[in-house]
Design a protein around this ligand. Sequence first.
Ligand code: MN
Length: 488
Amino acid sequence: MKKYEFWFVVGSQLLYGEDVLVTIEKRAEEMSRFLSEKLSFPVVYKITAKSNNEITNIIKEANYDDNCAGIITWCHTFSPSKMWINGLSLLQKPWCHFATQYNREIPDEEIDMDFMNLNQAAHGDREHGFIGARLRSARKVIAGYWQDDDVISKLEKWMKTAIGAAYSKEMKVMRFGDNMREVAVTEGDKVEAQKKLGWQVNTWAVGDLVKEMSMVTDAEIDSLMNEYTEAYDIATDNIDAIRYQAREEIAIEKMLKRENCHAFSNTFQDLYGMEQLPGLASQHLMSKGYGYGGEGDWKVAALTSIMKLMGENGNGASAFMEDYTYHLEKGNEYSLGAHMLEVCPSLSDGRPRIETHHLGIGMNEKDPARLVFEGKPGKGIVASLIDMGGRFRLIIQDVECVKPIMKMPNLPVARVMWRAMPDLTTGLECWIIAGGAHHTVLSMDVTAEQMTDWARMMDIECVHITKDTTPEKLEHDLLVSDLIWKLK
Ligand code: MN
């Protein structure tokens, strides 16, 4: 991963004289040092901008600097915004307007007109806010005192989202086989995806993967088997099946690395030359941060990888998920999510078990090994990216995951249980009205606010279903949104 940093650009003007500008510079350096210590990424103080040229130049530099993942602006004093128009019109990086001020409190006895001239963020921020609105810029506004933990946490989340945007722009997805035959929702415009999201989505032959698998050595498999044994309990006598998955994982990862891909998709309908659908192999790759999509779903594969990166430690609890079955007992309604094999162990509530079972779907000659576990409880979201024709729509729904309420001893796959907001059936109505897919990324790590910010950064439509959403209101919002996005 790149050494990402964020640039701190402070707005002012020449009207106040040299002394004021020297003080601003000193304070901006102090603030950037403090924020860099508190945050996961450096905040690099760049300039106290006083002219159109200075602003335009620093924004051009930000655009071209690969390490710069976004700019944070703040107006210590009043900074007339016409001098920001040329620069902001060129900006290609995420922008956070940080509405803060150096001093926390108004100094009752000391305050005079000099103090007012130096400390007028309340005044400057509004001028700065106007130009963001006037230019229709994609920006994040974060307000609060710069030393407060809640404010720092908001900055941290925005930074991770901005890095998700930078990572998206470089995303490469490796497709093995096409989409599952006749399925609509996993389709999409790859040219539009590359234009808007930066994703390079291309196909590689399953035969090439089979060839790669044949070149994997026993020593390589032994070493990966050790990793499996450390992380998982082996609950099968069929060690050959596990070793076969290791062979698949090693071969897939070699190809991904060679092509610098961070996500992949495959389909059970195209496994020619393979004995097992990669199960454990895909699961372990996901645990390392790779995105995966079943049935050729490259959209969910890329989104999984991006959301993993946006989470804690680069690979939090964000996972490819599929809605399978409902429990519709009154007052105790839940969705059961799983996949035929490929659920990421980042959601696991305990130590996953490696099991082998027959898989009837697809071309499996042998029983595939897979990780079986129960999902952990907690608040989260599910996110789905669909192609509306002419644009992408990101749909986010708030969910509450629970420890699965039953044992389901004969279910041979990992299982996750949740209740969608506002309640299972209303949430289901909303999800269906919005056109959300059966494939999602379930995250207990990345927030709905982050995904909304990410959609704004990527300039795609975003729909958020919350505890307050009603089908009536949602239908109205979607109608309006459809008009707006057709005009855009
Ligand atoms: Mn599926």
